[in-house]
Design a protein around this ligand. Structure first.
Ligand code: ASP
Length: 292
């Protein structure tokens, strides 16, 4: 049984196969290959894009989707995660998609169920489908061979599961990563290049990935306001100027703090391309894990 717990769950060859399938789906070539399959989504943490993207992906391939509403589910009545998993498993789903605020929950659940578990984000640990769709989007604009391409990840790297998954995946495919953040947003023992000043490094970059400040994971307030952070790290049109870069962000964007209005609307901003590609990537992941 294969699960998608983090980006390491897939080898390079599996990722290439996944991308071939996603390209095929993107060209409109797909069928109801998941008809009669039942997929459960269980999101213990808020989500707009990821949950709807997974649900649209599953439905595009003809699957039945049951979305558990956590607010009204029994986990709110004190049921343990183990019991929730055992009970869901007893209904024989073909896959369970889970998001949780605690790192490690998808991995734990995978030990108690008889179907693939797909991690839709766990704490600050991993968000594998986001990283897979990010690299797919980068390839769409910069070509398939990304070796040596330079990317700046800007923002709250330490608390970001998106950064964590992208660091693993993009390093494996040979990208040259620079982490750009104030000292308290950098991971403590990173071996990657770091900078505290986006202005110093942007001229070298092919890709800029802006990340949201993960205030929900901060135990103490670091900035007096997000505006203070934005004044140093916001990706503005003035900063980017006429540079030949592409700009990514996993969403939700803090407007004029992560990216300014003008840059978000710029043709070099690929934020909505990421959202569109997310559906094809998730279709491919579901197909691969359920049908092969
Ligand atoms: N949507 C992404 C996540 O779930 C990024 C974010 O929330 O900042 O991690």
């Amino acid at each position: 049984m294969e699960h998608l717990i983090d980006t390491r769950s897939f080898t390079i060859d599996e990722i290439e196969d996944l991308y071939l399938l996603a390209y095929k789906y993107k060209s409109g070539e797909y069928d109801r290959t998941l008809a009669n399959k039942m997929i459960i989504t269980i999101f213990f943490e808020n989500s707009t894009r990821t949950r709807s993207s997974f649900e649209i992906a599953a439905k595009n391939l003809g699957a039945n989707v049951v979305s558990l509403d956590i607010a009204t589910s029994s986990s709110n009545k004190g049921e343990t995660l183990y019991d929730t998993a055992a009970n869901l498993d007893a209904m024989h789903p073909d896959a369970i998609i889970v998001r949780h605020k605690n790192a490690g929950v998808p991995s734990l659940l995978s030990k108690y169920v008889n179907c693939p578990i797909l991690n839709a984000g766990d704490g600050a640990y991993a968000h594998p489908t986001q990283a897979l769709l990010d690299m797919f989007t980068i390839r769409e604009f910069l070509g398939d061979d990304l070796k040596g391409k330079k990317i700046a990840m800007v923002g709250d790297i330490k608390n970001s599961r998106v950064a964590n998954s992208n660091i693993e995946l993009l390093s494996r495919f040979g990208l040259d990563i620079t982490l750009v953040a104030p000292p308290h947003f950098l991971p403590p023992h990173t071996t990657l290049k770091t900078s505290h000043d986006i202005k110093e490094v942007i001229s070298d970059m092919d890709i800029v990935m802006s990340l949201r400040t993960q205030t929900e994971r901060h135990t103490t307030q670091i900035y007096a306001s997000l505006k203070d952070y934005g004044s140093d790290f916001c990706i503005t049109k003035k900063l980017v100027a006429d540079r030949d870069i592409i700009l990514l962000h996993p969403g939700p964007v803090h407007r004029n703090i992560d990216i300014d209005d003008e840059m978000l609307a710029d043709v070099r901003s690929k934020v909505l391309n990421q959202v569109s590609n997310g559906v094809f990537i998730r279709m491919a992941v579901l197909e691969m894990l359920i049908n092969s």
